[in-house]
Write a protein that binds this ligand. Structure first.
Ligand SMILES: [Mg+2]
Length: 173
């Protein structure tokens, strides 16, 4: 099978990074459980929205992201069994291209550059499985779409879901 795996909120804890930076900037610890169904910027007072939205444009933001638990181990196993590609809409933040490539070298060196699609729209992808946290990416995919649970998509219905990488392993290994 050909698998496409998103980066932000699937392999990398982008949401957590937003909350961490917010804590550094404003001294307020937001709880992901309180952000259910919201983007990180929707969890803060109006005067802080711009700041929250600017994180992704900061140099180093995508380079310093923490791993989503279990992603490395399960991806390594998936990679032995299937044709695994990374698919990230990195062009939304052009500064992220090099940072994402370097991040993948660190944490997913077993996925070589030939299997890394840093792209724009994902509707161009044709394959068997797409694992992503965004409904707009999953909707247009013609294969099996799996929504990886993130605080922002917890109220989104109508998709097959995975709440953890263990669940991905159960489904695809
Ligand atoms: Mg994502």
């Amino acid at each position: 099978m050909t698998l496409f795996v998103d980066m932000d909120e699937v392999l990398a804890d982008t949401y957590g990074a937003h909350l961490e930076l917010y804590k550094e900037e404003f001294g307020v610890q937001l709880n992901p459980a309180d952000c259910k169904g919201k983007e990180a910027w929707q969890c803060v007072p109006e005067e802080h929205v711009k700041g929250m939205m600017s994180h992704a444009w900061q140099v180093g933001f995508f380079r310093d992201l923490k791993l989503i638990e279990g992603s490395q181990e399960v991806m390594a196993e998936l990679n032995k069994k299937h044709e695994v590609y990374i698919a990230s809409a990195a062009m939304q933040f052009p500064n992220s291209l090099k940072e994402k490539s370097d991040w993948l070298d660190d944490f997913f060196p077993f996925i070589p550059w030939e299997r890394r699609i840093l792209c724009g729209h994902k509707y161009i992808l044709k394959g068997d499985v797409l694992i992503d946290d965004r409904a707009y990416n999953l909707e247009s995919f013609e294969g099996r779409s799996i929504m990886y649970t993130s605080p922002h998509n917890m109220n989104t219905n109508g998709f097959e879901r995975a709440d953890s990488w263990n669940e991905i392993a159960d489904k695809l290994l």
